[in-house]
Design a protein around this ligand. Structure first.
Ligand SMILES: [Zn+2]
Length: 333
């Protein structure tokens, strides 16, 4: 899922996202509820007509955003300040469901309490218990029958806590399950070990979504472990800094060796950026027009991810996924 934080992918219109072949995007509840506001989006017919995206939309619950903005959690909900005007705001699990129903996404997420790592076990346990209690309240609040609701598994990298979170979240029977609380400060090998322990237990017939992890290495490895869905803001974020993911590794177009290069950014890519423009032009734009460069590299990076995922799908069918793992080895960092 490309991330359209405020209702659009930065620098890149949804008609072009659709052209690349994506079928689902993510929108951030936190931002949409503050600007323009959930009732305004609702009055305009929901996120689909408001944003012009015809495909599916998943909204996060807003929990992760408020956490990264220094929110304070209590038993009933979370208090935080608006990034826009500093206003004091409050979100309960029930509010998060209500807001997402107004936004009209296809998949809503329960409000959870993520723990930044490393954390002590007491904190992990407290946040996990709160997440479980809130998951029950979210399910009870859900009204829309045309919107799926996903539960979120927490517990850090603590095997015992993860297992409890998994079992008790699955008991509540959600439409899909997200593995949350990873890629928040732990070693990558620990991230993947924890993913493995989750996918062993999660039901096979419902989607499994690994939240906030989207680099090529982790995506391919997590797919092998049985994950179905990913979101990541990186393809467009790194593009705005002149960086591309390519079939031969990461490329920073500002490097002096590209000043006179007539080569494409990625010779094995079929996107218009790679078909039309030499590296020399991209290098030049880095110095004189970084916004246009951002558009060109976002198109390439999203195409790269879409192609990588398509390759994973076809290699699963013929049993050659391990070859794709070799291909993304260069992205281990
Ligand atoms: Zn390309």
């Amino acid at each position: 899922m490309p991330v359209g934080t405020r209702g659009a992918v930065r620098l890149f219109p949804y008609d072009l996202v659709a052209e690349i072949g994506f079928e689902i995007v993510l929108a951030n509840t936190y931002h949409m509820m503050l600007r323009p506001g959930a009732s305004i989006v609702d009055a305009l017919g929901g996120l689909h007509s408001f944003t012009g995206w015809d495909g599916a939309i998943l909204t996060d619950s807003g929990g992760f955003q408020v956490l990264s903005l220094g929110a304070s959690f209590d038993e009933d909900g979370v208090s935080f300040r608006s990034v826009y005007d500093g206003a004091k705001l409050r979100l309960t699990p029930e509010d998060a469901v209500e807001v997402q129903e107004l936004l009209g996404s296809d998949i809503a997420m329960v409000l959870d309490v993520c723990t930044m790592l490393p954390a002590d076990r007491g904190e992990l346990k407290r946040n996990l218990d709160l997440t479980l209690a809130w998951a029950k309240r979210s399910k009870a609040k859900k009204k829309r029958s045309d919107q799926s609701l996903f539960g979120i598994v927490q517990g850090g990298t603590d095997a015992e806590l993860r297992k409890r979170s998994l079992e008790e979240t699955c008991e509540l029977s959600f439409d899909g399950y997200a593995i949350g609380g990873l890629a928040v400060g732990e070693e990558r090998s620990l991230t993947l070990d924890t993913v493995a322990s989750c996918t062993e237990i999660l039901p096979k017939e419902t989607p499994r979504y690994l939240m906030g992890v989207g680099d090529p290495y982790s995506v391919v490895h997590a797919i092998e472990l049985g994950v179905d869905m990913f979101d990541c803001v990186a393809p467009s974020r790194i593009a705005r800094h002149g960086v591309a993911w390519t079939s031969v590794g990461k490329v920073a177009v500002k490097q002096a060796r590209y000043i006179q290069s007539s080569e494409p950014l990625d010779p094995s890519c079929l996107c218009e950026t790679c078909k039309r423009y030499p590296l020399a032009l991209l290098n030049h734009l880095y110095k004189v027009d970084v916004e246009t460069l951002g558009v060109l590299l976002t198109r390439h990076n999203l195409t790269f991810m879409q192609t990588l995922i398509a390759t994973c799908r076809s290699s699963i069918r013929v049993g050659t996924l391990s070859e794709v793992k070799g291909f993304v080895e260069t992205y281990y960092s």
